[in-house]
Design a protein around this ligand. Structure first.
Ligand code: DX5
Ligand code: ZN
Length: 216
């Protein structure tokens, strides 16, 4: 099975976002990955809902919304209003994760749960059957263009084992430092969805890079 490819617009040119969105629309990308940051959960701020309202109108591809914010449950309504397909919340940001997952599903979106590099796969034992997807961070969240954390490949294998053992249908998504080389190893370890930012937007032919990742 070819991986699902989700370009992250964090590395796009925000002054010419419409142009970059057109490139994504033309490309073999499956989803559009959207990174929302609050300067509290992560040491950076990206863009908020007033900006995303217009971004969402520029594509028909499913929106994969990754919230790097504290108390993400406060924004379920705003994420839904964008027409989001998935809503990814961090384990580390949710005291009542099970409730948040139910609320996302009730709102009509696919609930996804994200783990930081220092968070073990075992933390997912009691939520794995309830989620559409697990997002494994392979860099510390907050910035594009960081070096891939090698341990993430083993984590994907561990997660694949947990999913198979429990009969969960959860997809495995990986985000951070993905390129054709790390992407190939992640897919071999069991990843279903690859997020990629800088490797796409820094490339002279971004559409070709998306095609290369899709071919893994
Ligand atoms: C990082 C974001 C990523 C980021 C990945 O906090 O969650 O989605 O855009 O960027 P690259 O692919 O450049 O590591
Ligand atoms: Zn992300």
């Amino acid at each position: 099975m070819k991986p699902i490819i989700a370009p992250s617009i964090l590395s796009a040119n925000f002054a010419h976002l419409a142009k970059d969105m057109e490139m994504i629309n033309r490309s073999e990308a499956d989803w559009v990955h959207i990174d929302v940051m609050d300067g509290v959960f992560v040491p950076n701020i990206s863009f908020g809902f007033p900006v995303l309202k217009f971004v969402a109108e520029l594509t028909d591809k499913p929106l994969d919304v990754h919230l790097m914010i504290v108390n993400p449950e406060k924004f379920i309504h705003e994420v839904k209003a964008l027409g989001a397909y998935t809503m990814n919340v961090h384990v580390e940001a949710c005291t009542h994760l099970h409730r948040v997952v139910q609320q996302i599903r009730e709102a009509g979106m696919k609930p996804a749960v994200t783990i930081n590099p220092a968070t073990p796969v075992a933390v997912l034992n009691d939520i794995i059957r309830d989620v559409y997807m697990i997002l494994v961070m392979s860099v510390n969240p907050g910035f594009g263009g960081q070096a891939f954390i090698e341990r993430s490949v083993e984590k994907v294998s561990e997660l694949r084992e947990l999913i198979d053992k429990t009969g969960s249908k959860a997809l495995i998504e990986v985000d951070g430092g993905v390129n054709p080389e790390t992407g190939a190893r992640l897919v071999a370890a069991g990843a279903d969805v690859l997020v990629a930012g800088s490797v796409i937007f820094a490339h002279k032919d971004p559409e070709q890079m998306i095609r290369d990742l899709k071919g893994l």
